[in-house]
Design a binder for this molecule. Structure first.
Ligand SMILES: [Zn+2]
Ligand SMILES: [Zn+2]
Length: 345
């Protein structure tokens, strides 16, 4: 039995309308940029900095986002310049417009080393997204050739929607202190959703920029990467949630990368932990009757039909649970005559 958990609280009922910049906390502005996906927006934040604004995240690197930025820079953001750009992680909805913005503003880019290098690598070598190691990754875990082809082409398309990165950046490391406009922010990093995602904690102001690590309603994607096929992003993610619960009080305003700002981080982190443990239970149930590959487990976890973009996420997310359970000895793996790895409970 689980004790009933307190509900999250939301300081706003509705998000800012497109093109509107709204003050979500003293000296902290919030607006949204559109995304052409099911997840239709990304949250962008500005922190008042001496002469202007520190920008957190940049939106996708596509023409629609550039046009939205041009309107903002000529309108709501005209009076004060951007003084620096912090990018939380390498996903194109966050890093995408960084290169475009940095051509206009000669300001430093702050990222963690892993996220900077991941993004740079992907931008410099986009062909790798269709390379053999990706195909092998999907094939070894039972995805059929047609779906695999769709995932590595159409499914990976969004990873290319970036405008590049400058040749130099400023490295952020967990434990750094950033002074922004006289306020102190502690730099936290967390893995699982991306390798070394940056979060900022304004302890005195009770404000936490959570990036995509903790979202109010949807579960952040936790995926195994083809470059590290036996990796354990779910274990890393669960450890990060536990660390955040220790550090961030329930009264802290959480400013996430998507959806609405909220209070109640510990409550939400516990819900997310439970969600993943329930998925592990569903996988264990399915693998008691027959050995199954990650691809064969997808319909046991995701009931709805999936397009190529969603299929890539679903596959890698199921594999994250499988790898986590393998490491804990809750599953064991067998390689079939067809070369596909299947797991049994
Ligand atoms: Zn993300
Ligand atoms: Zn995101």
């Amino acid at each position: 039995m689980h004790a009933p958990q307190p509900a999250l609280s939301f300081p706003r009922d509705v998000p800012p309308a497109p093109g509107v910049v709204s003050e979500i906390a003293p000296g902290i502005m919030w607006f949204r940029l559109a995304l052409p996906f099911l997840l239709d927006h990304v949250n962008i934040y500005l922190i008042e900095d001496q002469k202007g604004w520190t920008l957190i995240d940049t939106g996708l690197g596509d023409g629609a986002t550039e046009r939205a930025w041009e309107q903002l820079l000529e309108g709501a953001l005209k009076a004060h310049p951007i003084t620096r750009i912090i990018v939380t992680h390498f996903h194109p909805d966050h890093v995408g417009s960084a290169g475009w913005l940095l051509k206009r503003f000669d300001v430093p880019l702050y990222m963690s080393a892993t996220e900077y290098l991941m993004s740079l690598n992907m931008h410099l070598d986009p062909g790798a997204l269709e390379a053999e190691h990706y195909r092998k990754f999907y094939r070894n875990h039972g995805l059929d050739p047609v779906t695999t082809q769709n995932v590595v082409t159409k499914g990976h398309e969004y990873l290319r929607i970036v405008s590049g990165l400058p040749k130099t950046y400023r490295r952020l490391v967990a434990g750094d202190l950033l002074n922004i406009g006289g306020r102190q922010f502690e730099v936290l990093t967390g893995g699982g959703h991306s390798p070394e995602q940056i979060m900022l904690f304004g302890r005195a102001d009770k404000i936490f920029f959570a990036a995509d690590q903790v979202l109010a309603k949807i579960t952040p994607n936790v995926s195994v990467a083809a470059v590290d096929p036996e990796g354990d992003p779910l274990g890393i993610y669960l450890r990060s949630l536990r660390a955040l619960k220790e550090m961030i009080g329930e009264d802290v305003l959480v400013l996430p990368g998507h959806q609405m700002p909220f209070r109640g981080l510990g409550t939400r982190a516990s819900q997310l932990e439970r969600h993943h443990l329930l998925r592990c239970e569903a996988i264990a149930r399915a693998c008691r009757t027959a050995p199954r590959s990650a691809a064969e487990l997808i319909p046991h976890i995701f009931e709805r039909a999936l397009d190529a973009h969603q299929m890539g996420f679903a596959f890698s997310e199921v594999l994250a649970h499988v790898n986590y359970m393998l490491r804990r000895g809750e599953l064991s793996a067998v390689i079939g005559a067809d070369g596909v790895e299947r797991v049994m409970a």
